[in-house]
Design a protein around this ligand. Structure first.
Ligand code: HEC
Ligand code: HEC
Length: 353
């Protein structure tokens, strides 16, 4: 009896030890951190395609749009394409502070990424184009970007190549005169609507608890505890509203007044579109003026200027770790540089070297 019970005691001690070990393990194992579920509700996964009833996406439009996106002959010196400033194999944004366009002229704003942009409520830092289709009409004739003298000049380039003529006919079969500046923009827009980069964050929102590490989950909680999600939420983690840059503490660079420059309304001073934080680790430098080189500093600045709080180094790092889960896969086959239509003797020559 006594021998048996002492054996029991030993077994009991062993079992207890095993239970203790597994509890300790479980507490430190992945899955320990619970994310702030209330804050999480403000987010949603990316759509497969950022569709619009005004420009239904078809394979023919996407094929044409991809070619136009990569074609430098839509610029005056025939050297600059959309891809020059928004390189698709590098997350669709340049690593320069501001872009360099025609004759090496510098613009005054940082080029945002074209990935996931079509889903934003408006385009540009100041929202002056409502859609990617409208946006696409801008750079080609912008004198510091692609610098074509007119819409007609761009259309003339396209019409000079029979391969383009056929591509436009296939993409816009209903149109009597398919080669127009507007259809060019519709095709580029259709292509951009497929530039989505789902990431671990999307898998997590859709219920895969293991898609995020504990450090990333804690990072989201830090982001939410700081109140960043009041502006950066939704499927694009931003891209859904205008806000003042410097709500709590004035932004140091007041040269560019954002929406105010369009409306001249006092309330619009320093108001900008809240950018998306998708792929944010890959799209520096940051802010409309490209004034901040590192994501670490960008997070600190936001906390100070938008929330009036100074984050600790650990908090900054934590938020940055969560942001890593917003880095998606570049859709390599979708963005594969296409073969461009052959120029002909009718194709206008470059100008303004
Ligand atoms: C010379 C560099 C340059 C070229 C070429 C260029 N862009 Fe941009 N792009 C920019 C800059 C800079 C901005 C921001 C300007 C602003 O907000 O005022 C921008 C903004 C955008 C946006 C808005 C994104 C957002 O988040 O608001 C889209 C979309 C875009 N460009 C697509 C294109 C397409 C399509 C082409 C080719 C037809 C093109 N760009 C050519 C530099 C360029
Ligand atoms: C009141 C609204 C608001 C809040 C709160 C806010 N942001 Fe922003 N955020 C903006 C606006 C507006 C911009 C664009 C500023 C500009 O014009 O450059 C921006 C830009 C950014 C950028 C740079 C994006 C880019 O593409 O250059 C990052 C990174 C960022 N925010 C992170 C955060 C973090 C982290 C927090 C919380 C500490 C936060 N934001 C809180 C409105 C907000």
């Amino acid at each position: 009896m006594t021998r048996l019970s002492s054996r029991h005691v030993r077994w009991f001690a062993l079992v207890l030890l095993l239970v203790l070990i597994s509890v300790t393990y479980l507490l430190s194992a992945p899955g320990k951190v619970q994310v702030n579920s209330e804050a999480l509700q403000l987010f949603a996964p990316l759509p497969a395609v950022m569709s619009s009833p005004d420009n239904p996406v078809t394979d023919a439009k996407v094929t044409l749009g991809r070619i136009l996106y990569y074609d430098p002959r839509l610029s005056a010196n025939q050297k600059i394409s959309c891809n020059t400033c928004h390189p698709l194999d590098a997350y669709g944004a340049e690593s320069k502070r501001v872009s360099t366009g025609h004759k090496n002229q510098k613009g005054n704003r940082n080029a945002p990424t074209v990935y996931n942009a079509a889903g934003h409520f408006v385009q540009f830092w100041d929202g002056r184009a409502p859609t990617v289709e409208e946006q696409a009409k801008g750079p080609i004739t912008n004198p510091v970007e692609m610098a074509m003298p007119s819409h007609a000049a761009a259309v003339e380039v396209i019409k000079s190549m029979p391969e383009y003529v056929a591509l436009f006919q296939t993409a816009f079969p209903q149109d009597k005169d398919p080669i127009t500046y507007n259809n060019m923009a519709l095709a580029i827009g259709a292509f951009e609507r497929g530039l989505v980069t789902p990431s671990a964050w999307d898998a997590f929102i859709q219920g895969d608890q293991s898609a995020l590490t504990d450090a990333q989950k804690s990072g989201f909680n830090t982001f939410a505890a700081t109140g960043c999600q009041w502006c950066h939420a939704g499927p694009y983690v931003g891209g859904a509203s205008y806000q003042k840059l410097g709500v709590v503490k004035a932004w140091p660079n007041q040269t560019d007044q954002g929406v105010y420059q369009l409306t001249k309304e006092e309330v619009d001073k320093m108001v900008f579109k809240v950018p998306s934080l998708r792929n944010i680790k890959k799209t520096g430098p940051y802010f409309h003026d490209g004034s901040v080189a590192t994501l670490d500093q960008a997070i600190r600045n936001m906390a100070v200027h938008q929330r009036g709080v100074t984050l600790t180094d650990a908090q900054v790092k934590s938020i940055e770790t969560w942001m890593g889960s917003l880095t998606g896969q570049i859709p390599m086959s979708y963005i594969k540089p296409p073969e461009l239509p052959q120029s002909t003797p009718q194709t206008p020559h470059p100008s303004g070297e």
